[in-house]
Write a protein that binds this ligand. Sequence first.
Ligand SMILES: Cc1cc2nc3c(=O)[nH]c(=O)nc-3n(C[C@H](O)[C@H](O)[C@H](O)COP(=O)(O)OP(=O)(O)OC[C@H]3O[C@@H](n4cnc5c(N)ncnc54)[C@H](O)[C@@H]3O)c2cc1C
Length: 377
Amino acid sequence: MDQQQQELVTMVRNFMNREIKPHIREFEEAGGYPDHLVQMGKDMGLTVMQVPERYGGLELSTTTTAMMLEEGAKVESTYISMFNITNMGAKIVMFAGSEAQKEYYAGILADGGMSSFCLTEPGAGSDAASVRTTAVRKGDKYIINGNKMFITNASIADVFLVVASTDLSKGYKGLATFIVERNRPGVAVGKKEDKLGMRLSITAEVAFQDVEIPVENLVGTEETGFVNAMKVLELSRPLVAASSVGSSQQAIDLAVKYSQERVQFGQPICKFEAIQMMLADMQMRTSAARALVYNACALIDAGLPCSKEAAMAKCYAADAYQKNATDAVQIMGGYGVMKEYMAEKLYRDSKITQIVEGTNQIQRMVIAKQMIRENKI
Ligand SMILES: Cc1cc2nc3c(=O)[nH]c(=O)nc-3n(C[C@H](O)[C@H](O)[C@H](O)COP(=O)(O)OP(=O)(O)OC[C@H]3O[C@@H](n4cnc5c(N)ncnc54)[C@H](O)[C@@H]3O)c2cc1C
């Protein structure tokens, strides 16, 4: 780690331990973070973590952002992630938008605005190309109609980056990306979803009914929405994976400590070989996932292609986290399923990491397709 990375990771660690850790159960029951804690993240500049400095951002590399996400997830994965999602829309605008759009979108975030990325629909999950939300051009406006499902940050977002079709007959080639401000007439955010895990993260439906936006809000062209969406997911997967690595480490820390303290048959259970094998596997999985994450981050930071590496990091880290959370519960026995300990929460949270940002089946498809592409015969 360089000096900036050390300082940022220390800042995240201190903040998470001081402000979040003592209150996690309370926040979980309330179903989210109190406003003042979201504001503290904004004050730290997290809404513009990866936005270039010339647009008022911190311009952190993907590697540095991953380190912060990993550190945050050693306490609670959803806090830094909420700001990472906010940066997703900005990334699309930065690589596909006009100069005016870059200044506009970054300005909203620099002023503390939150953002959501709206791709998923009731009929379009893994099959993202089957988006049915439409954007019909009328003069100097587009009219947006459709529903987006499972949108992270929806109720606290000031602006949405929306994938919609300008021509349904063209399939994925008719998809485009649009900036849609929350306060436009016809934008409605549904009730917060009641989820198994990651209950501190807001997930809700967003409906667009005859929402008028100026043509200037089209990001890229009417044909590049699918490409933009796939690109931002590729950039984001190692970051979601970094969060899984932090949470996997949290599961290890819980399990090791508990196994040293818990005495059965006259000795701490960490002396039993069966427990040691589980602990060793937990550490190997986490270390391997960490290596995949920072390899993918390094490729992104070097501007190199990384679809396979990003998918490997996301898939492996999520599977590692899910297995580690399961093993932490197992090592803790009956206490593992009690709310008194964090293992049961990790168990619930971890399942979600195998589904978001493309399910792990989809990641495996991406990996295999790229392998086949690379091996031309
Ligand atoms: C907590 C949470 C937050 C989310 N946040 C956002 C967000 O901010 N923005 C957003 O746009 N979306 C978001 N999503 C949506 C998420 O990206 C989708 O849930 C995910 O892509 C899967 O889509 P689906 O749920 O419709 O499942 P489906 O696509 O219906 O998949 C169902 C099952 O079929 C499998 N499957 C599907 N196709 C194939 C195939 N070709 N081969 C093999 N198996 C296949 C899947 O792997 C899965 O196991 C979020 C979801 C959750 C749970």
